[in-house]
Design a protein around this ligand. Structure first.
Ligand code: MRU
Length: 369
């Protein structure tokens, strides 16, 4: 999408033909800085340190990490080592495993001399596929927004609430939850986004607000606790969130706090949609609450806040008393029963086993192997 009129993706192959460029998301919204990844280890660090984050982008970065590994050493040992270190970077989003499995299955049968070139082209395919999938989600989600717009009086806007960052910064381009919003905006619909700040890491306040603002989409940042109040006052027409993993039964794992939004949406009759790219489906698990590993992140994300001071310095301050214990669960699971629909690249589906396996039979078959 656009940053100050210039089109940019979150990750790309540099003109040197081998190193990888990525937007350093740790520096947003205050500084727009590009990082260069030059080894598998730097891809590992980028994912671990959240220089890149968001389920689809983690997958694409891992794919390029494998290509960088094959460039220096394409032996079986190096291939296995790259897979093992990359998969250990973050536990919850399944796109990481999906991308690494896709890479390993094409590379393993090849002689080492052919692996680097194939790895780069497969990683590029994964990145392009992500963009195509998100555009598909955008088209199907646009129809939902248009249906709401048709019920509005002239001049009234469609209000979408979103949580975390499931925008272009979480993917290669377009975003998942934001793809319908960007398309609606392009089609001239009056669309406005309520952006949950998304404590503790503030992906909404720092990233979603930044990218919507730079693309020119009207939005308002709200504290995480505000959604229920807005829904009670009919100020939210629909909720669209992203996801890090969806089970075969349609349970949705996403950034912590998503479940509470789904409960509020149900209580207020607000449709709750999940933008779901197919690589995020995990047909090997059924029950999201008991089977999906939930990342626990550092206490500092809760105890400390970082921001820009009035004189332009970036400072970190502590907001929790010294000695108070902290819990920092990164994700939660919204049961399928609370989900109005899954917006996929193949249409809007019911959040259940039949709908998912009918729409994605090849993914289901692959999981059964
Ligand atoms: O911990 P993060 O920043 O990697 O969180 C992942 C996410 O961005 C969200 O959970 C998102 O909504 C799903 S990814 C499109």
């Amino acid at each position: 999408m656009k940053v100050d009129g210039r089109h940019i993706r979150s990750i790309w192959l540099e003109p040197d033909g081998w190193s990888i460029g990525a937007v350093d998301q740790r520096r947003l919204p205050h500084d727009f800085v590009v990082a260069r990844l030059t080894s598998c280890d730097s891809a590992v660090d980028a994912i671990r340190s959240m220089l890149v984050r968001g389920a689809p982008l983690i997958g694409a970065t891992a794919a390029y990490g494998m290509a960088l590994a094959m460039r220096t050493d394409a032996s079986d040992t190096a291939l296995n080592h790259a897979y093992k270190t990359l998969i250990a970077t973050r536990p919850t989003a399944i796109n990481l495993q999906w991308a690494l499995d896709a890479m390993r299955s094409v590379l393993r049968p090849l002689p080492p001399s052919e692996r680097a070139a194939v790895a780069y082209s497969r990683a590029a395919e994964i990145a392009e596929q992500d963009i195509a999938i998100n555009k598909g989600i955008g088209q199907h989600g646009l129809a939902l927004i248009e249906a709401v717009a048709a019920t509005k009086k002239p001049g009234e806007r469609v209000n979408v609430l979103t949580h975390c960052n499931a925008g272009w910064l979480a993917t290669v381009d377009w975003g998942t939850a934001t793809a319908p919003i960007y398309l609606a905006h392009e089609h001239g619909h009056a669309v406005h986004v309520w952006v949950d700040e998304t404590r503790p890491r503030n992906q909404g306040a720092s990233l979603t607000a930044w990218e919507l603002g730079h693309h020119g989409v009207p939005h308002t940042v709200i504290p995480d606790n505000t959604g229920g109040h807005l829904m009670q006052h009919e100020l939210v027409d629909l909720v669209i969130v992203g996801t890090d993993r969806v089970t075969a039964n349609g349970d949705v794992c996403n950034k912590i706090g998503t479940y509470l939004k789904a409960l509020a949406a149900r209580d207020n009759g607000v449709p709750f949609y999940v933008a779901l790219p197919s690589p995020t489906i995990d047909f090997s698990v059924d029950d999201g609450i008991s089977e999906i590993p939930i990342e626990q992140r550092s206490a500092e994300e809760v105890t400390d806040m970082t921001g820009r001071t009035a004189d332009g310095r970036i400072e970190t301050v502590r907001i929790v008393p010294e000695g108070s214990p902290v819990a920092n669960y990164g994700f939660d699971v919204t049961p399928a029963r609370l989900v109005t629909g899954l917006i996929t690249e193949r249409g809007v589906l019911k959040a259940d086993r039949t709908a998912l396996s009918t729409a994605f039979p090849e993914r289901r078959a692959a999981a059964a192997e």
